[in-house]
Design a binder for this molecule. Structure first.
Ligand code: NAD
Ligand code: TYD
Length: 356
């Protein structure tokens, strides 16, 4: 079986669902259920004996040792993290705790687990660390996209904590010979994403008749990847990746934020028309401090060496996403709890309207 951390979050839950749809190998799903973790995300697996959910913290070494001894996973796929840049600006402490200390603790538990394996089992064991393109910092308009050899230059507490965890993972390979794999992926979107991130926030606010907040001038560029394509890339890396290597994952979809929001508004105008276009709700607000201007990813190594390419285009992926949120309004309503409302107030109340 495999151990997945963070499998109640956005990408982790999509991964667990896709994994069990494509093969029968059981999954232990370890998740602390922070504000971002939601057991409703895998309610479609209720009663499935291949899915074992454990509520717990990756910083808890005793729990990790116990899970390793009991289940003897042949691989760990590590998603668990604090993942939202704006929250890392308001409170970086949790990011250091989970992303750095937590990854350290997981690596140590994996190292102890590997020491007890036979040579054959140890050779087959894999630790796949799921990371982000944000560790590479920011690009100017004409710069080539990030490759696997681009030097790290993280700019936010989130990306710095992810960069630190990537370095730990690398060191555990070089020093202890652990068979690690690291993937660096661009911005994901799709079903089950918590509505603090751009795409689901815009859909939720649009349907609620609220302002659609655009930070700064809206010309910041991200590469966008449909979450199902990220999951298929991770499965491929787990099967065929070379231990010690890093792999970039991207959608070949560089878009300015304002264009992403226009696309969402146009899809909503078509699929759930209101009295006026949703574009009328767009509101420019104060920028994020230290906002990275552009991310772009060169995923040719992953294509060349592992034969992976995304299957969704930006248009097909965004359409599926809007359709999912329209069909799952109850899921959105449930996650918009008291804590969510406090966060929205904290993040947006100081961003005056019209401030570019
Ligand atoms: P998310 O915030 O939706 O989910 C994170 C999950 O981790 C939650 O279920 C949360 O409860 C759990 N978690 C947090 N702290 C924990 C702890 N101490 N112990 C156990 N579980 C804990 O995040 P996501 O968007 O699904 O991202 C998953 C991973 O992918 C992260 O490592 C992130 O850095 C990386 N990533 C995300 C994106 C993106 O666009 N969302 C892009 C590239 C890489
Ligand atoms: P986000 O979804 O938070 O992902 P990340 O910061 O990891 O790229 O934001 C994506 C882009 O959208 C980023 O450039 C910030 C911008 N953004 C807004 O303009 N308004 C918002 O309300 C949010 C949440 C993000």
């Amino acid at each position: 079986m495999i151990l997945v951390t963070g499998g109640a979050g956005f990408i982790g839950s999509n991964f667990v669902i896709d994994w069990l749809a494509s093969n029968d190998e059981p999954v232990i799903n370890l998740d602390k259920l922070t504000y971002a973790g939601n057991p409703d995300n895998f309610s479609s697996l209720d009663g499935d004996p291949r899915h074992h959910f454990v509520k717990g913290d990756i910083c808890d070494r005793e729990l990790l040792n116990q899970l390793m001894a009991q289940h003897k996973p042949r691989a760990i796929v590590h998603f668990a993290a604090e993942s939202h840049v704006d929250r890392s600006i308001h409170g970086p402490g949790d990011f250091i705790k989970t992303n750095v200390d937590g990854t350290f603790s997981l690596l140590e538990a994996a190292r102890a687990h590997c020491a007890g394996l036979s040579d054959t089992e140890r050779a087959a064991f894999r630790f796949l660390h799921v990371s982000t393109d944000e560790v590479f910092g920011t690009l100017n308009p004409g710069d080539p996209p990030f490759s696997e050899t681009t030097p790290y230059a993280p700019n936010s507490p989130y990306s710095a904590s992810k960069a630190a965890s990537d370095h730990l993972v690398r060191a555990w390979h070089h020093t202890y010979g652990m068979a690690v794999l690291t993937s660096n992926c661009s911005n994901n979107y799709g079903p089950l994403q918590f509505p603090e991130k751009l795409v689901p926030l815009i859909i939720a606010n649009a349907l609620a008749g609220k302002p659609l907040p655009i930070y700064g001038d809206g010309q910041q560029v991200r590469d966008w990847l449909y979450v199902g394509d990220h999951c298929s890339a991770i499965r491929r890396i787990l099967t065929d990746g070379q231990p010690g290597e890093t792999y970039n994952i991207g959608g070949w979809n560089e878009k300015a934020n304002i264009d992403v929001v226009h696309t969402l508004c146009d899809l909503l105008d078509e699929l759930s028309p209101a009295k006026q276009s949703y574009r009328e709700q767009i509101t420019y607000v104060k920028d994020r401090p230290g906002h990275d201007r552009r991310y772009a990813i060169d995923a040719r190594k992953t294509e060349r060496e592992l034969g992976w390419r995304p299957t969704e285009t930006f248009e097909t992926g965004m359409r599926k996403t809007v359709q999912w949120y329209l069909a799952n309004q109850e899921w959105v309503r449930k996650v918009q709890s008291g804590d969510y409302l406090k966060w929205i107030d904290r993040n947006y109340s100081q961003r005056a309207r019209g401030a570019a």
